[in-house]
Ligand binder design. Structure first.
Ligand SMILES: O=P(O)(O)O[C@H]1O[C@H](CO)[C@@H](O)[C@H]1O
Ligand SMILES: O=c1cc[nH]c(=O)[nH]1
Length: 259
């Protein structure tokens, strides 16, 4: 049985998994797998680690759950989603970190994305820019229930996905102090449009899944907010801990729906 080229997985070793969790950071795959094992009393095993793609297999309520990291940005996320779809995955949930741009959102809150502003390039290789990057309603519901159960403050709304962390998200600590004209004022505009946060993969994951007739969703833990561009170890830890707790709790609701 041939392995898919980048993920180094095949349809046999994923054992019929239909649900995949997609962190950006490959080291988050193991943390998520071990947290699932601890919460649900099931085992986990590492299946592959090639480039930025680190995959673990575990189980919740009798359903196999695959965890595969996407790396940073749309191009690598598109490869992960495409190759997982080739292997039969039907439900894709990004489990990431993000930066809040609304004042009322705090470090450690989680954001459940209903749709993403497509500031990326990769998603346009799968569907024209007029096509909406929207999340599946069952996944949104499960993520909300997971956050409620975990008693973690959550927000539900629109996320902006950028191709670049520094220039595209209009960061003041970019090495080149000049921000390109096309990005000057973008944060203010997105704030006025009620966009909640910046990250880098949701628009790709949601455009690909919706346009391919699959289910996509996204939950992110807030690790910084405007006015404090530096991401401290403590902020990252709080954001990731809450993120993983809420995402894992949501699996109970998701597997009930798809079981
Ligand atoms: O923490 P992850 O899931 O990688 O998500 C966010 O972190 C990276 C940037 O630091 C980007 O991938 C962004 O989307
Ligand atoms: O501000 C942030 C934080 C995490 N990831 C991003 O892309 N932006």
């Amino acid at each position: 049985m041939d392995n898919v080229y980048h993920l180094d997985l095949n349809s046999k070793n994923i054992q019929g998994a239909k649900i995949a969790l997609l962190p950006g950071d490959p080291f988050r795959s193991q943390i998520i797998a071990e947290s699932i094992s601890k919460t649900y009393g099931t085992g986990n095993e590492r299946l592959a680690w090639k480039r930025e793609y680190c995959s673990y297999l575990t189980e919740v309520s009798g359903q196999k759950i695959l965890i595969t990291s996407t790396g940073i940005g749309g191009p690598s996320a598109s490869i992960a989603v495409d190759e997982l779809a080739q292997l039969g995955i039907q439900t894709f949930i990004r489990v990431g970190t993000s930066g809040a741009i609304q004042e009322y959102i705090d470090i450690g809150d989680v954001i459940i994305t209903t749709g993403a502003v497509r500031l990326d390039g990769a998603s346009t290789h799968y569907a024209p820019i007029e096509y909406p990057a929207v999340a599946n309603h069952e996944i949104i519901y499960s993520l909300i229930e997971g956050a409620k159960y975990s008693r973690i403050k959550y927000h539900v709304g629109i996320t902006a996905s950028s191709d670049t962390f520094y220039q595209g998200e209009e960061r003041s600590d970019s090495f080149r102090k000049y921000t390109l004209r096309k990005f000057q004022g973008i944060t203010k505009e997105l704030q006025s449009l009620n966009v909640l946060n910046y990250e880098m993969e949701a628009s790709t994951v949601l455009t690909l899944t919706a346009s391919m007739g699959l289910k996509g969703g996204c939950i992110t833990g807030v690790v910084n907010k405007r006015g404090m561009e530096k991401i401290t170890e403590q902020c990252l830890k709080t954001g990731e801990t809450h993120l993983i707790k809420a995402a894992i709790a949501s699996l109970k609701y998701l597997t009930d729906l798809s079981g």
